[in-house]
Each structure stands twice: as C-alpha cells, then as structure tokens.
Design a protein around this ligand. Structure first.
Ligand code: SF4
Ligand code: SF4
Ligand code: SF4
Length: 272
C-alpha cells in the first residue's frame, strides 16, 4: 500500500478542496469539479506506479478535455488568463479565479508546475508533437512571456474601461480565439525550434505566476548523489532542460520542472 501513498494524498487534497468549496460556496459544482480533477490526477499517478507508459497522457486528456470542452466551450467559463483578469475585475470569486488560485498560484507551493505536466489543455496537444526531447539549446527569449502577460491584462482592462456591451460574449470568443492562437503559435514554435514545449518556455503568460510560486514547491524531484554516476541521461531526456542532479532550489531551470518523471524513468541507477 505504501507505494500508493502519493495518489491517495493527491485524492485527499483535492477532496478537501472539493468539500470545502462545496460547503462554503453552497454550490455542488465544486464538489463535482474538484473530485473529478482529483480522481483523474490520482488515477494517472496510480497508472504511473503500475508502469503504464502513457499514464501522464491519460491524466492530461481527462483533465485537459474536461476544462477545454466542458468548462470552456459548454459552460462558457473562460479559464484562460483573460478569464482570471475578468473575474478579478468584477470582484467575483468564481470558477476561473478559484482555478487560478488553486492550480497556478497557491497550489504551485505544493505541487509546483504539476498543472503543466498533467492538466493544461494547450500542452495536452503540444505533447503529441514529435519533439519530446529538445534537440537545440534553450533560447534566451523567455522575456516574451511578460509581453503576452501584459497584453492579456490590458485587453481585459480595456473592455472594462470602455464599458463595452456583451462583455460575457466577448470573453467567450476571447477564449475560443485565444486557444486557437495558442495552438497555432505553440505548434509553429515546436516545429521551428524542434521542441514540443517551446511555447511553455518562451510565450505562455501563465508562467509569470507559475515560475516564482513553483520555486518553493513542496513536491520536487531530488537526486540521491550517492547513487548518481553523472551519466547525464536525466538532463538529456528532460523536456524542460532542468538540471535535476542539483538538489538546490536554484538549480538550472528549476522552476520549469513539470513533474513529468521522464528523468526518473530513464535514470539507470534509480537515483531520482
Ligand atoms: S507553460 Fe503554459 S502552456 Fe505550457 S503547460 Fe504550463 S500553462 Fe500550459
Ligand atoms: S540519469 Fe541518474 S545516474 Fe545519470 S546523471 Fe541523472 S541522476 Fe545521475
Ligand atoms: S524530466 Fe524530470 S526534471 Fe525534467 S521536467 Fe520532467 S520531472 Fe522535471
């Protein structure tokens, strides 16, 4: 049973969130929503422990499709960063704000960038592309994320300042068009840089929240230096170029780790 402790802990965390929000906000949706996400994540970790090759992809599809299709397209909840700004401006603590608070801001203190590895619907598609292991050195263009972050903020601020009509309808279409843009740019960059996760590394505005928070993450991959033979395989297979053999929080690209466990799976000495 001990080896199944992690999926059980994840399930307990999400059930606690689900029940707390259900009771405090008197809305059954939160019970269903966070239970579903918790079960999907726990199931993925369970499959990983059982050594199923596509365990992470299963969770990515279960959570990503639920958020994109059900919450975004069917329930009209803009779960992009624009939706977060929108609810923040309206002062309503609703789905998109709660989602950001849990998955991308405070949750990152516990599970780092687990969101990026297991739930993001943009990466869900990008991870199907052929460049799982980056074949080129990292580019120094990460500053682009601050531009996309500012543009998303200014776009929603402008909607409020100009008092446009049908703002909810605009937010829905912003979600559809925003996602199509993300996919187009993400796929284009993946082929250009031969790196599936190029969009995550240079463009994604959400990393402005995720990176500083995940620096303090409780859940991290650590290296048993007494077992490590410095073969370099872990760094070679890492989609995010993390130097995982360095246990310090300041390790190279440490705030980029998406907890995909590729390094763990490939370490010949079980040092990770
Ligand atoms: S960096 Fe952005 S696009 Fe990439 S997985 Fe994370 S949230 Fe999704
Ligand atoms: S793959 Fe394992 S043994 Fe090789 S450098 Fe990484 S941690 Fe060390
Ligand atoms: S390969 Fe290891 S260090 Fe790299 S992102 Fe995945 S879990 Fe993190």
């Amino acid at each position: 049973m001990k080896k199944y402790l992690l999926p059980i802990i994840m399930l307990v965390i999400f059930e606690t969130i689900a029940i707390t929000l259900w009771i405090t906000k008197d809305n059954l949706f939160y019970l269903f929503n966070f239970s579903y996400i918790g079960i999907s994540i726990a199931f993925g970790i369970f499959l990983f422990i059982r050594k199923y090759k596509y365990a992470r992809r299963v969770t990515q599809l279960l959570v990503g499709l639920y958020m994109l299709v059900y919450l975004g397209l069917i329930c009209n909840e803009n779960m992009q960063i624009e939706g977060f700004w929108y609810y923040l401006f309206t002062g309503v603590f609703e789905a998109a704000t709660i989602h950001y608070a849990i998955a991308k801001i405070f949750g990152a203190f516990i599970f780092g960038r687990g969101w990026c590895g297991y739930a993001c619907w943009t990466a869900m598609v990008l991870d199907f592309l052929p460049y799982k292991i980056p074949s080129q050195p990292r580019k120094k263009i990460g500053w682009i994320r601050y531009i996309t972050f500012s543009v998303s903020f200014l776009f929603v601020a402008a909607l409020f300042l100009t008092h446009v009509n049908n703002i909810e309808k605009i937010m829905f279409w912003a979600f559809v068009i925003g996602n199509l843009l993300y996919y187009a740019v993400g796929i284009g960059l993946a082929f250009l840089f031969k790196d599936n996760r190029a969009f995550c590394k240079y463009i994604c505005p959400i990393t402005v929240f995720l990176k500083p928070m995940s620096y303090f993450s409780l859940l991290r991959i650590k290296c048993d230096t007494s077992k490590c033979i410095s073969c370099g395989k872990c760094k070679k297979v890492c989609p995010m170029n993390v130097d995982v053999t360095d246990n310090s929080r300041k390790r190279e690209n440490g705030t980029e780790c998406i907890l995909c466990f590729e390094c763990v799976k490939n370490c010949p000495k079980d040092a990770l």
